[in-house]
Design a protein around this ligand. Sequence first.
Ligand SMILES: *Cc1c(COP(=O)(O)O)cnc(C)c1O
Length: 371
Amino acid sequence: MTRIDDLPLRDELRGMSPYGAPQLDVPVRLNTNENPFPVPEALVRLIADRVSDAARTLNRYPDRDAVVLRTQLAGYLTRTTGYQVGPHQVWAANGSNEIIQQLLQAFGGPGRTAIGFDPSYSMHSLISRGTGTGWISGPRNEHFGIDREAAVAAIHEHRPEVVFVCSPNNPTGTAVEAETVLALYEAAQAARPERGALVVVDEAYAEFSHRPSLLPLIEGRPTLVLTRTMSKAFGAAGLRLGYLAADPAVVEAVLLVRLPYHLSAVTQATAHAALEFADTLLGYVDELKAERDRLVTELREIGCEVTESDANFVQFGRFEDPKDVWRRLLDHGVLVRDNGVPGRLRVSCGTREENDTFLDAVRAVMKEISE
Ligand SMILES: *Cc1c(COP(=O)(O)O)cnc(C)c1O
């Protein structure tokens, strides 16, 4: 049998593990921050119609630049944030992970580095490595916020070409203040006076936040990029659609590395239909925010230490052996996420019933481990 190590694999990939949130068949799955509500029937029918239309011209390549979709996404951003963006400032791809990959292909790569502030979204470092970009793990404070001074110092020390800021941050749920993003942006530009450095603000969970979007910060800052996704608030993780908003020059740059016709006609048609249902889909967001706040309150009542959350998930602990607690919750039929944060686990917001089952399971497990 051939083992992966026997292959002529790139050195920097040796010994790495693939992204691997377990996809287990469990009654209550609260481990990947998906929206628990199924797609409304009326939208299912609209998607079926639109996909049928698209099917009639599948002999042709799709619109390579997804102009209609980008116009719709720009409209959505403008409408929900009050900050005006146009289609030339928006770019779409198969999930925001592909957006991040395209950004790193264009602005990272061999001989360059990216920094993130850990614990944060593991794909920032994984995609960096996958694109040959060096990875620097920057610090967070004890409350899982970004320590502004320490972060600025790390940027001055390492002079990265790309800086990742995740707000609200996955897996901790912590939002980042606009002043912090600005401080990091200034530091990143100062550290690379020639052409500056790219600052990527990953707003995958923006719709769940108590705070306004950081989108207006792109104004007059040509190397500040905001990324978004339809996987979370829109409840369309299976669609695979992510997008960015930035200076039009950044969009021009990613055009250099994107694969031709990367967004299939079926994806574009489906995303188009989903965006027409934005108001309905986002109607669930308020419900999920209320459930998130309830999870925080009830977990604290149970005696857990809970990190403030601006997202649709909650980080909780503190456990001597989080792996053991993870396994015990699974025995109670509830799948949560162990992101490797010491003493902590992460639970995604489910439906009210799912959250009740989860909370009951936590109570039961706390009792088991105290015995
Ligand atoms: C879920 C998530 C994404 C979304 O990835 P997609 O490829 O759009 O599904 C991006 N960033 C963060 C921080 C996430 O948690």
